[in-house]
Ligand binder design. Sequence first.
Ligand code: DX5
Ligand code: ZN
Length: 229
Amino acid sequence: MTQIDHPIRIAPSLLNCDWGRLAEQIQLVEAAGADLLHLDVMDGHFVPNISFGVPLVAAMRKCTRLMLDTHLMISEPVRYAPAFVEAGADSITFHIETTTEPLAAVREIRKLGVRVGVSLNPGTPAEAIDAVIQHVDLVLVMTVWPGFGGQSYIAECTEKIEVISSLLKPHQWLEVDGGIGIDTIGRAVAAGADTLVAGSAIFGNPDPAAALRELRDAAMAAVRGVNHS
Ligand code: DX5
Ligand code: ZN
């Protein structure tokens, strides 16, 4: 990594927010400077947890103008993508592990007029996305095994962030998801991440707005560290 001159984006994950005050929680992080909202959709099949679906996305759409960055941890992403886009999703990320036809999946989702992302589990090598890496708007590198918030960052994934960062073009985002907090955001940014998902580090904090700001400060400190090293 030579210089970091791209913006750093913070994407609060709503998985562990206070669902009873969803609108308030969204407005709180939006006011605190969230760059986009990360929506963790889980089907209990691709991942061992069920979170929420289309109706909640439609409800969130009414609460904010922020980009709804929709992380589909589901087995049939292309089948359900249209319904999520109809509900207001601005970006659809599918898992490379869910399909043997990733380029067809990218094309189908692209036809919906939204941004397209591809995600890799911690055990999936960077090469797994070779067929689509030039065709997506973002790559989402999982630094936890998907399914739950509050897990610890898997340090072995940092090298994959570096590898993928070296392959992306300036317009493509490198999003990192899982275990991002004050102690881990710096290494993800230094490895090349420009979009950082944080769930429990924000909503698990009694002051989510302050937590978000502190995360951004830590990310910018890492940028300065890289640029002055
Ligand atoms: C995990 C989700 C992540 C998770 C992030 O399956 O994809 O977005 O909610 O939560 P934290 O930041 O608590 O690891
Ligand atoms: Zn996610």
